[in-house]
Design a protein around this ligand. Structure first.
Ligand code: SF4
Length: 508
């Protein structure tokens, strides 16, 4: 029986857990007895660069020498929970590993890290640059890794090779790998899917923009497209994500982390700044009993140290179901600030179900800003939620957004006050500067111009109604907000590069 498809997760993405999208496709293919293989080219590529490249002879400074000497030790450290008891030990292991990865990218003019890929000359939001990456795959820092790996894959004569492209940091490597495949076998059929591709199509990007590099471009759930391509009925309902074919113990986290998605889209779907709203993404949740069932089975199979619920926002009904029917391992994810969480008993039941951390998009400490953003958050509820979660022993990773159209410096100062007043209830912080989604309603009412020159960009630069422009916002964040004595310690304990993916391990 021939190999039907090889599914590839390209670099760069955080390598702390297996990719959930491909696991879902693999589960679907297994259920339907379609022969397939998985390549986590992100994990393999990162390890390959760290362990094999020639920079080891070129650099002799003390940091590099120490990083090379301690590489295996640092891998082991990130897989041990003990390391997460000692922040400086953890940060040293991560920054040393990252340093080597960064050096590996240097000769290719790529600023490479454990969380990002920035090519000095090629932009992931320009289709012409992605095509250039495909035309010159040997210039990609991962070429020494993928040339042999993909040659071996091609020898298996797969009908299709599918790429799951979810982040901009994966785009250039994805196209370099596709270009390499097409150089070896121009007739090899390529399927390109993933959430980034879905967003591009929703943005109105022409499916032919990449020429004949991709034979199929898939927007939305890949399972349906695969069933259509392989001409198989519609047996999608019983598919459990399959992690058996992933090198589950190799990811840089203590024991396996199980990522699981219970829904596509967001049940709230109304925040004016959010791509979920701008792209009009439908909310497609799985039935709650199905989710709790899946989590039990997967936890039994994998024995994870942590479950990562990937939903944009875990619905209150799913939170309640998990509290009632615990998944069997510690878990975390995004939740909206709602009245459900301002309840001692509910928070306690979540804690008892294994909830170690909730990520909360609070965005602003000014009620008028929140109202204009259509966030649906009441600040007094947010205050109560933070205190109840703290009392229950659930850590919080709070997200705040600066420079939105209704915000000025006075409003941002109220956010500063809010965070200071709740600093004891906030374990980790994410501070972001607002980008205006091209498709948002606001983009039609504000004076705008292109964010960067790029036909694949999701954002536009805009004239801020109060002159609260990015540079002023950045100054406020760097010189005032981050320097505050109540806030600086929170930022210092936020894990470098892996951020929220590793934060729960500091809360156990
Ligand atoms: S709750 Fe989060 S995911 Fe949902 S619309 Fe608002 S910002 Fe977007």
């Amino acid at each position: 029986m021939s190999l039907k498809i090889i599914l590839i997760h390209p670099p760069i993405a955080k390598c702390s857990e297996p990719p959930a999208g491909i696991a879902r496709l693999s589960g679907c293919l297994k259920t339907n007895n379609i022969r397939h293989e998985i390549i986590d080219a992100n994990l393999e590529g990162i390890f390959f660069l760290l362990q094999n490249v020639s920079y080891k002879q070129t650099f002799t400074d003390r940091w590099t020498t120490r990083s090379i000497k301690n590489l295996e030790h640092n891998f082991t450290a990130l897989k041990s929970l003990n390391t997460y008891q000692n922040l400086s030990r953890y940060q040293r292991a991560v920054t040393d590993i990252n340093h080597l990865l960064n050096l590996a990218g240097e000769s290719c003019n790529v600023d490479l890290s454990l969380a990002d890929y920035q090519d000095k000359y090629l932009s992931p939001i320009k289709s012409t640059d992605l095509i250039t990456a495909a035309e010159k795959p040997q210039k990609n820092p991962f070429h020494p890794y993928f040339q042999n790996r993909l040659m071996n894959a091609l020898e298996k004569n797969p009908d299709f090779i599918g790429f799951s492209l979810n982040y901009l940091s994966q785009a250039i490597c994805t196209f370099a790998m596709i270009g390499f495949i097409k150089q070896i076998n121009p007739r090899q059929k390529i399927i390109l899917g993933g959430s980034l591709v879905t967003s591009w199509i929703n943005l109105g990007v022409n499916r032919n923009v990449f020429g004949n590099l991709a034979d199929e471009i898939v927007a939305g759930a890949g399972e349906k497209k695969l069933m259509e391509i392989f001409d198989i009925g519609n047996n999608l309902t019983d598919c459990l994500p399959a992690y058996q074919d992933f090198p589950i113990n190799k990811y840089l986290s203590p024991n396996p982390v199980l990522p699981y998605s219970s829904a596509q889209g967001c049940y709230w779907h109304k925040c004016v700044f959010c791509p979920e709203n701008a792209e009009s993404n439908a909310y497609l949740p799985l039935e709650t009993p199905r989710v709790t069932h899946d989590l039990h089975i997967l936890t039994g199979q994998i024995n994870p140290s942590l479950i990562h619920i990937l939903d944009s926002s875990i619905s209150p009904s799913l939170l309640a179901a998990m509290a009632k029917n615990p998944p069997g391992a510690p878990w975390y994810g995004f939740a909206r600030v709602t009245k459900h969480l301002a309840n001692d008993d509910f928070c306690l039941s979540l804690k008892q179900s294994g909830c170690v951390m909730l990520k909360l998009g609070i965005e602003s400490g000014d009620q008028s800003v929140l109202d204009q953003l259509n966030k649906g958050i009441d600040l007094s509820t947010a205050s109560s939620v933070l205190k109840k979660l703290k009392k229950a022993g659930i850590a919080t990773y709070c997200y705040f957004l600066f420079g939105t159209p209704p915000e000025n410096e006075e409003n941002a100062t109220k956010t500063l006050d809010f965070v200071c007043r709740h600093h004891e209830c906030i374990n980790f912080l994410n501070l972001a500067i607002f980008n205006l989604p091209t498709r948002s309603l606001e983009a039609q009412t504000l004076a705008t111009h292109d964010f960067y020159e790029g036909d694949l960009s999701f954002y536009k630069i805009f004239e801020h109604p109060f002159g609260w422009h990015r540079r002023a916002v950045r100054n406020f964040l760097e010189k005032t907000f981050k320097k505050h004595s109540a806030i600086a310690p929170i930022l210092r304990r936020t894990p470098v590069f892996f951020t929220s993916n590793h934060a729960p391990f500091f809360c156990s």
